[in-house]
Design a binder for this molecule. Structure first.
Ligand code: KIV
Length: 280
């Protein structure tokens, strides 16, 4: 297991220290090969419960289990050396009590080697965040549009446009920062609210559909690469269209196999007689 305390890996404390400084660059990662490719470019990799959609084909994050997060978190930690690795606590694994959250977080940290966990929620989760932090678990918060609460929020619409909702999200961010989170993801909120929250709290905000004023940004890697194309939220910039490349590569392979062009001589192991003749 690659343990996060190695000196070359960024720590949650260093991320915390970047408040108001150099922008914090974050992406999601779920598998070893992709995490290995992303590691050098970013400061933080989140093993997000968005893997429900991007990897497992569910239509919400609710079916994700702790076992799934542990398996993907461990793979990402093994494949990386530079970024801070944060693993999401899944729905149902932490909301019941601070003690339940500690058991889940302790398992995730022990079995993956990650540097921190992330959990969703505002004022109602502040006691839990403080409980974890006091017991040695670095916590990243997540406020605004919180996908695990999709049924209560009534969908994935952006948040914080009305006065009441705005006040609540500001109070949520302040409560989680006060409780000791080392950073807070702010998702899907009115741009001025993202900026106001960033100015109001002492820990870095990591925006996703929030504001360029946030201390850092995060995107779901599959969205950025154009691999996940079922829907594209307004806040996604698609840097590549790898989905098109994958489809084209599969079509070319299929054509080659059907036409007998693959495998070619260089892809096959010659029989012993042919090998002896070739080396004579
Ligand atoms: O699960 C996830 O990928 C996330 C990001 C969208 C921040 O929580």
């Amino acid at each position: 297991m690659s343990i996060q305390t190695r000196p070359h890996r960024l720590s949650p404390v260093q991320i915390r220290g970047r408040k108001g400084g150099e922008k914090i660059v974050c992406l999601t990662a779920y598998t070893a090969p992709v995490a290995r490719l992303l590691d050098e470019a970013v400061d933080l990799l989140l093993v997000g419960d968005s893997l429900a959609m991007t990897i497992y084909g569910f239509d919400s994050t609710l079916p994700v289990t702790l076992d799934m997060m542990v398996a993907h978190g461990a793979a990402v930690v093994r494949a990386t050396q530079h970024a801070t690795i944060v693993v999401d606590l899944p729905f149902g694994a932490y909301q019941a009590s601070p003690e339940q959250a500690f058991r889940a977080a302790a398992r995730v940290m022990a079995e993956t080697g990650c540097g921190a966990v992330k959990l969703e929620g505002g004022e109602e989760m502040a006691e839990t965040v403080a409980f974890l932090v006091k017991r040695g678990v670095p916590v990243m918060g997540h406020v605004g549009l919180t996908p695990q609460a999709v049924n209560q929020l009534g969908g994935y619409r952006s948040r914080g446009h009305g006065g009441e909702e705005r006040r609540k999200i500001l109070a949520d961010g302040a409560a989680i920062a006060q409780a000791g989170a080392f950073s807070i993801v702010v998702e899907g909120v009115n741009e001025t609210l993202g900026a106001e929250l960033t100015a109001a709290i002492a820990v870095p905000t990591i925006g996703i559909g929030a504001s360029p004023a946030c201390d850092g940004q995060i995107l779901v890697t599959d969205d950025l690469l154009g691999v996940f194309t079922e829907f594209r939220p307004k806040f996604v910039r698609q840097y590549r269209k790898l989905g098109d490349d994958i489809r084209a590569a599969a079509r070319e392979y299929a054509d080659d196999v059907r036409a007998g062009r693959f495998p070619a001589a260089e892809h096959t192991y010659p029989a012993p007689a042919k090998r002896a003749k070739a080396s004579a």
